[in-house]
Design a protein around this ligand. Sequence first.
Ligand code: G16
Length: 540
Amino acid sequence: MILTVATTPIADQKPGTSGLRKKVQVFQQAHYLANFVQATFDALESKTGQTLVLGGDGRYFNREAIQIVLKMAAAAGFARVLVGQGGILSTPAASNLIRQNKAMGGIVLSASHNPGGPDGDFGIKYNVGNGGPAPEKVTDAIFANTKTIRRYFIADAPDVNLDAVGTSDLAGLKVEVLNPVAAYEALMRQLFDFDAIKALFAGGFTIRFDAMSAVTGPYAKAILEGALGARQGSVVHGQPLPDFGGHHPDPNLVHCADLYALAMSPEAPDLCAASDGDGDRNLIIGRGQFVTPSDSLAILAANAHLAPGYKAGITGIARSMPTSAAADRVAHKRGINIFETPTGWKYFGNLLDANLVTLCGEESAGTGSNHVREKDGLWAVLLWLNILAVRKQSVQQIVAAHWAEFGRNYYTRHDYEEVASAPAHELIDRLRDNLANLKGRKFGMQEIAEADDFAYHDTVDGSISRHQGIRLLFKDGARIVFRLSGTGTSGATLRLYLERYDAKNFGLDAQIAVADLIAIAEEVAMIRHYTSRDQPSVIT
Ligand code: G16
C-alpha cells in the first residue's frame, strides 16, 4: 500500500557543492530526509519502469535512510532499485552501476570526507543518468521543490534485508541487493594491467592503503590484497564503521598524519595512499615524497598512456579553477585540451560526455577519468601502481623527472575551518567589491595583473556559473585564490589557495616558496581580522 504523508517545507535544504550535507540530528528530524527525497523525485521525469541505483558510505543513519529511500522509490513508480549489500556503495562504484545498468540515476548517501557518527554529518545526493552529480539545473529544481512540498509518498512495507545478496519485491518494486565490489573490480581490470601490477607486488613492492574505516575498505582489500597480491594487512582501517572509528575520513596531511609520518620514516613502504568516506578522494605519498593532488593530476595525465585503458592517449584534461596549473603544462606540451572549471565534479560531466577531456582532477584530492562520472580514489591509486609497474621507478623519481621536464607549480592550500559565517562572507564580498582597485597593485616585486571573481562558461551547454572564487593573478604567473567551501556543515570554511611556478628550482618547501603570497593574502583580505584566527586549521 502507498501512503500519502502530509508535510510542510523544512528550512535549509539547499544542496551544496556535492548534495545536501547536514548534521545527523538534522537528518533525523521527522520528514527531513523524506521531504528531500520527494523533492528529488518530483524534479525528475517519469520514473515508471526506470532503474535507480542506491547506496551509501556506511556512515551512521545509512541503513535507516536506505529503507526510507527504497520505500519512497517504490511509491514513486521505479521498476527496479540496485542497492549495495549492507547499504554500501562507494561513490565511484555507484556511478559505474548507473552507467552499466542504464539507470535513470542514483542516490548516494554520504557526507564524503566529513566526520560520521551520531554527532557527525550525513548527506544525500542525486546522480543523473551519465553517472555524475546532478547539474545545477536539477539541484535548483530539487531545492525549489523543497520550498513548496506539501506531501510525500511512501510504501507501507517491511524493511528490505540489505545483508543478503538477492532479489526481493517491495510493493511492486524489484530490489536487487548486489555485491558492491564486483562490477567495480571488473571495470578496473579493463583499465589497468593487473598482471604488471601483480608482478610489481610479487617483486617486493610494498603499499599501505588507509581506508579510514570508510567505504573503500572492501574495495581495496578485494583488489589490492585479493586480485593484485599486495601483502595481507596492506589495507588498514579496512572495515567500514558507522562513525569511521572516531576518525575524520578526510585523506589530507592532518587526518592522515600517521600515514605521512610512516611515509617519511626509514620503514616507509613504496607507496602510501588513502581514500575518504565515500571513496572518491585519494592521497598519494611515495617513500619520502608527498604528491600534491595538483601534481598527481599532471603526472597521471602525462603517463596515463602507460595503462591499457588509456593507451590511445587522452583527449584532454579538466581541472577545477583552484587546482594548480601543473596539468596545463602537460596539456600544452602534448597539444591536448585543457579546461578550467569551477570547484565541483559536476562541472566535468559535460566535458567528459563530449569526449573533450579524458582525465579530470581537483586540488581537493579528487582525480578521475571518463570511466565513470565521479572522482575515484582507488582508481587513482591503481593508475599510479600501473605507472610505477611500467616505469620501474620510485614515486620520488617520477615526481623529480616530471618537475625537470615541466617545471614545478609550488602549491599550497590554507583552510580556516568552521569560522563565523557572516565575517567570512564579508571577507569575500569586500574583495569582490575591490577587484578594480586590486588590479595593478604592487607588493615589492609582485604585481597583480588581473583580479576577478571566476565565472565559468560551459562550452557544451552554454550555461554560465558565476561567483566561483576570487582570483588574484600576478604578472609572474603566481596566483592567490579565495573561496568559501561548499561542503562544510557548521559555520564557514575559508580556503586560501597559493601557487607559484618555477621552471628550474624544485627543492624548496612549498610554504617557503609562496611565503610572499601568504603575506599579500593577509594584507589584501585581512584574514586574521575576519576569521579571528592567527593561523589556518589545515595546511595542505
Ligand atoms: C566535493 C565535490 C568536489 C569538490 C569538493 C570541494 O567533494 O565533489 O568536486 O572539489 O567538494 O569542497 P569544498 O567546497 O569544501 O572546497 P566531496 O569529496 O566532498 O564530494
